[in-house]
Design a protein around this ligand. Structure first.
Ligand code: NAD
Length: 357
């Protein structure tokens, strides 16, 4: 098992003999989003043929391309559609950067459904060049506050302020989530902060981690300042297990960890709340590659596997992971980010072929 062996994401457990249909909200997104989402749906459809569950995909519109038509990147009907589903598979979306433009769909959905834990595993894949061998870490990022609170204003021309909101409640929740994860894995948790400068906000975060630690005495705990953490991730990434941190630091660390492990095109992420889960690649919409059938779909395919893990379909998760590993190990089908010339659809087809074999 590649990403989810020890990830406790499972929402429900059903009796294995009972067939079940899951409703999945599928948002293709912008840029390379449609290509990688379609590749993932192909893989998920292939795995369901060999399982006793069905996935009913309900497609919703969301992303930059919606703004002209709906005046928003997240139309109301899409939110209503999501509410009817068991989980969401989300393609990457382009976020406009102008002041006053709609905020990121991912950020809105994370807040709307209180998807407080962003879980981003990074593990070395066979035959994929990585900075160091034997990397197996997970970045757990607080997903609802911090510098993503969206509380930003212009005080005077040329003077702006952004609020970095950190609460004990959200910090405790994410710390407990990360401890649970660490206690199921290598029992090592590293909390990342900048408490020497951000004494109040990261002071609250640090205190919350220490409070949560009381319940997990078997987990070894250490901490790093964010600047040191970015350096240590390059120097000795194999020594980390679970790294928990605040919103922006987690976003940056997980992109770095993905590249250290081989490619952003391989990194998947889960957004988990008490009653809902949304699954997406770590990467964005890479507009320069849109429509070129060139990028790696594995990040989104692995996000699909994490979604099945959340739904409790462990055997199907193992099938997808084994198929991905087999294709990478063979090394015949490689997208450009892995040094090859295979297309997005060729990669998806190769994974589907392994699933059907
Ligand atoms: P990006 O992740 O889209 O792309 C950065 C680079 O990473 C690409 O140029 C490409 O070289 C590489 N890359 C990304 N995905 C790849 C894949 N599947 N296979 C191979 N290589 C891949 O980051 P960006 O350029 O900073 O952002 C583009 C847009 O995406 C922005 O509008 C940003 O706001 C948005 N974004 C959205 C999400 C999301 O929807 N959750 C996340 C990050 C960025």
């Amino acid at each position: 098992m590649l990403i989810s062996k020890n990830i406790i994401l499972t929402k429900t457990r059903r009796q294995p003999e009972m067939s079940k249909t899951y409703k999945i909200a599928a948002l293709k997104g912008d840029g390379i989003g449609p290509e990688v989402t379609e590749a993932t749906v192909k893989v998920l459809q292939a795995v369901q043929e060999k399982s006793n569950f069905k996935l009913n995909f309900l497609y919703g519109e969301a992303g930059y391309h919606c703004i002209a038509e709906y005046g928003t990147n997240l139309p109301k009907q899409t939110v209503e559609l999501i509410k009817q589903t068991d989980a969401c598979l989300k393609g990457p979306m382009t976020t406009p950067e102008e002041s006053g433009a709609p905020v990121s769909v991912a950020v809105t959905l994370r807040r709307m459904f209180n998807l407080y834990a962003n879980v981003r595993p990074c593990k070395s894949f066979p035959s994929v060049e990585s900075l160091k061998p034997n990397i197996d870490l997970i970045v757990v990022r607080e997903n609802t506050e911090g510098l993503y609170s969206g509380a930003e204003s212009l005080l005077a021309p040329g003077v702006g302020v952004a609020l970095r909101i950190i609460t004990r409640e959200a910090s405790l929740k994410i710390a407990e989530f990360a401890f649970k994860l660490a206690s199921q894995r290598k029992k090592h948790l590293t909390y990342v902060h900048k408490g020497n400068i951000l004494r109040i906000t990261d002071g609250i975060f640090k205190d919350a981690v220490k409070e949560a630690q009381q319940k997990f005495p078997d987990v070894e705990v250490d901490d790093l300042h964010i600047d040191a953490a970015t350096m240590q991730l390059i120097k000795k990434p194999e020594t980390y297990d679970v790294m928990v941190t605040t919103n922006l630091f987690g976003d940056i660390l997980s992109d770095e960890a993905a590249q250290v492990t081989g490619s952003l095109g391989l990194a998947a992420g889960a957004n988990i709340g008490a009653t809902y889960g949304m699954f997406e690649p770590v990467h964005g919409s890479a507009p320069k590659y849109a429509g070129m059938n060139r990028v790696n779909p594995i990040a989104t395919i692995m996000a699909g596997a994490m979604m099945l893990d959340y739904l409790g379909e462990k055997q199907a998760v193992a099938k997808i992971e084994n198929a991905v590993i087999a294709v990478l190990k063979e090394g015949k089908v490689r997208t450009a980010d892995l040094g090859g010339s295979a297309t997005t659809s060729e990669m998806a087809d190769a994974i589907v072929a392994k699933l059907k074999a």
